[in-house]
Design a protein around this ligand. Structure first.
Ligand code: ZN
Length: 339
């Protein structure tokens, strides 16, 4: 068991107790036990499933899905990996948390039904904070430090849809950035994106990158479901990443990828109207600056002219609003630039 206190600091212990031993060889399926006193269970816990597959010395990968609870490629690929990866095929340690924000996942929500917490805005977390802050703190202080490579599988959730891409960030440390770009290439998604974050404060990404880790993320599909195609991309990507990282022997299964980047805020189109959303180009379409990409219809009367939304940059339509209705301030689309 890891020491849950931080030597030389006055930081409080985590309330989370793992039922797995991170140092033991073999396969262990267990839980991160997070006490949660509530009406239904006065002395109960949130039991976050975790698998540790270890074989001797080597690198450590920390693999997560459902950081946002309504994104399903990660849980599908990682539940499949957790049941099937043979420790005899591993050199090092694979730590799998398929449903990172477990309360949100069980509620099929992006955010926690307990405290409203968006786990990917809750880092570095707080061991004395809310449920979501306690989960973030455990990753920040215990799981990230164990890792060499960190993969966090996202997709669009109920309100967004993306072309399937693997993502990373431009970093000051170019050696670290190069390792991330190489890991992204191994993941072999149809698109590879150097990402610009609109709202980076509190992201798991930032914590892992600042800790010097090879951090890879994804946006694979969306709409609050999973497709055979995107589940397949996730499974292949996870497998490739383990091979690339030296954790599993074998060959990376290559596949063509379109490299994209998000150079600045012109990539994003945000709605200033509410109404009925009509996407006017398909995801993956190549557009020019000024091209019509979406329309929003007034739903309170007939006979009105819809509001047109246009691309603000030449590129590829890489993301879009998903539900049929849209509100002021909602994301309309993201146009990324081929590299
Ligand atoms: Zn997400």
């Amino acid at each position: 068991m890891p020491d849950t206190s931080l030597p030389g600091t006055s930081l409080p212990d985590t309330p989370i107790t793992p039922t797995v031993d991170f140092d033991r060889d073999g396969v262990q399926h267990g839980f991160l036990n997070l006490p949660h006193s509530r009406d239904q269970s006065a002395w109960g816990s949130q039991m976050i499933p975790i698998t540790v597959i270890k074989n001797g010395d080597g690198p450590t990968a920390v693999l997560t899905g459902a950081n946002h609870g309504d994104e399903y490629e990660g849980p599908v690929a990682l539940l499949d990996l957790a049941r099937s990866l043979d420790p005899a095929d591993v050199t090092g340690r694979v730590i799998i948390i398929p449903m990172m924000n477990y309360p949100a996942f069980r509620a099929a929500k992006r955010t926690s039904p307990i405290d409203g917490g968006n786990l990917n805005r809750a880092f570095p977390g707080d061991p004395q904070g809310t449920i979501t802050q306690k989960i973030a703190d455990y990753f920040e202080r215990f799981l990230i430090p164990m890792a060499d490579v960190v993969l966090d599988i996202h997709s669009g959730g109920k309100t967004l849809e993306f072309v399937p891409f693997v993502g990373g960030h431009i970093l000051d440390d170019k050696t670290q950035e190069k390792k991330i770009v190489d890991a992204m290439a191994a993941f072999a998604a149809p698109y590879s994106m150097m990402m610009l974050e609109l709202d980076a404060v509190g992201m798991y990404d930032i914590s892992a990158e600042q800790a010097g880790k090879v951090f890879v993320t994804t946006e694979l599909g969306g709409g609050g479901t999973v497709s055979a195609e995107t589940a397949g991309i996730a499974k292949r990507g996870v497998s490739n990443l383990l091979v690339h990282s030296g954790l599993v022997k074998g060959e990376v299964e290559t596949s063509p990828t379109q490299k994209l980047e998000m150079p600045d805020g012109r990539c994003f189109v945000i709605s200033e109207h509410s109404g009925l959303f009509e996407p006017c180009v398909a995801l993956g379409a190549v557009v020019k600056n000024g091209d019509l990409i979406a329309r929003i219809y007034d739903v309170e009367r007939t006979g009105t002219t819809p509001v047109d939304y246009h691309a603000k940059i030449d590129g590829v339509v890489a993301g879009r609003h998903f539900p049929g209705l849209i509100g002021v301030g909602d994301f309309v689309s993201m146009v990324a630039v081929p590299v």
